[in-house]
Design a protein around this ligand. Structure first.
Ligand code: FNR
Length: 186
């Protein structure tokens, strides 16, 4: 079974996207994947600029790049900021891209995307941008389905599951697809 790394683009206390990432990690594990969930907040990084090419990268960037390379696939759960994805997420991805560890980084890595927002579009606008950047800039392989959870502040039942059956079913579909495609591209 593939090894999947899960993280959210927000790590604030009470983050809706961290909550969704935790549910995603649970579903991936239940479906048989070997799952690692991290918080990007545990890898504090300075804002990147082109000096990154000349200097030894921070240990946190090296650790993130090593984690990515040690997994067959990623599930990234992103908040939406003004119809885009958060700068902290792009910063982390950019740092991963410049670490020269001898490995492929995100190139050829299978990635699934999700996001949670209280709004009615459920981060879908940001996910389309994140998808484009990951494909064109990072060379990642994106699974077709993207999980956008709208009304995420009221989306969970008392059992901690997504209460809307269609959304819950779609989560299972994305999880199954990620496991299947990641197993094909170890
Ligand atoms: C937001 N938020 C937001 N939500 C949305 O659905 N569409 C949007 O375009 C925006 N824009 C936006 C800009 C900025 C600068 C912030 C800080 C927030 C609201 C956002 O979805 C909300 O704060 C979430 O709670 C953030 O995700 P976490 O931290 O709960 O995971």
């Amino acid at each position: 079974m593939p090894k999947i790394l899960v993280f959210a683009g927000s790590w604030r206390p009470g983050s809706m996207n961290t909550r969704l990432a935790t549910l995603v990690a649970k579903k991936l594990a239940a479906a048989g994947a070997e799952v690692t969930q991290i918080s990007l907040g545990d890898y504090p990084l300075p804002l990147i600029d082109a000096r990154a090419f000349d200097n030894d990268p921070p240990a946190e960037a090296k650790a993130l790049a090593a984690l990515v390379e040690a997994h067959d696939g990623l599930f990234i759960v992103s908040p939406e900021y003004n119809a885009g994805y958060p700068p902290a997420l792009k910063n982390a991805l950019d740092w991963i891209s410049i670490v020269r560890s001898g490995g492929p980084g995100l190139r050829g890595k299978v990635v699934a995307l999700g996001g949670a927002s209280a709004g009615s579009l459920g981060t879908y606008r940001c996910l389309t941008q994140l998808r484009t950047v990951l494909e064109l800039g990072f060379g990642a392989l994106l699974v077709p389905e993207m999980l956008a959870v709208a009304g995420a502040d009221k989306a969970y039942g008392e059992d901690g599951e997504l209460s809307d059956r269609r959304t819950a079913g779609f989560l299972d579909k994305v999880v199954a697809r990620l496991i299947k495609v990641a197993a094909m591209h170890p």
